[in-house]
Design a protein around this ligand. Structure first.
Ligand code: 5GP
Length: 114
């Protein structure tokens, strides 16, 4: 197994982060460079590099990530709306090669994204 990813190090408490949710399967932290008043990253503890590399066996885990993000959105009082984003690969803007869902909210978000 190659070196731990950034999010594996955060899950192992080797790198500090503001944790907003943790359960057996996933973790949610505040983004270090927030692009909206609420910007949270939800990621699986299991290493999956990107959604394009997830397998059928990961389907329950992928569902859990989305439902966790929706629960956190409720907790964060994002009743006016929010956006979930998954960047995949260089053209998608992925910079951390460990699957994560961005939860963005707290302001009017533009469309289309850049
Ligand atoms: P990506 O660009 O891969 O979709 O998203 C990676 C996200 O991780 C970026 O929004 C970036 O700001 C965030 N990030 C990068 N390094 C750290 C870190 O050390 N701690 C936290 N909390 N977020 C980070």
């Amino acid at each position: 197994m190659s070196e731990k990813t950034l999010f594996e190090k955060i899950a192992a408490r080797e790198i500090p982060a503001t944790i907003v949710h943790e359960d057996e399967h996933c973790m949610a932290i505040k983004d270090i460079s927030p692009q909206a008043p609420v910007h949270i990253l939800v990621f699986p503890k299991k290493r999956i590099s990107r959604v394009g590399q997830a397998s059928e066996a990961d389907a329950p885990l992928l569902g859990h990530l989305l439902l966790s993000a929706a629960n956190i959105a409720r907790e964060q009082k994002l009743g006016d709306g929010f956006r979930l984003v998954i960047n995949n690969g260089p053209h998608g803007g992925e910079t951390v090669p460990h699957l994560h869902v961005h939860l963005l909210g707290g302001r009017q978000l533009g469309w289309p994204p850049g």
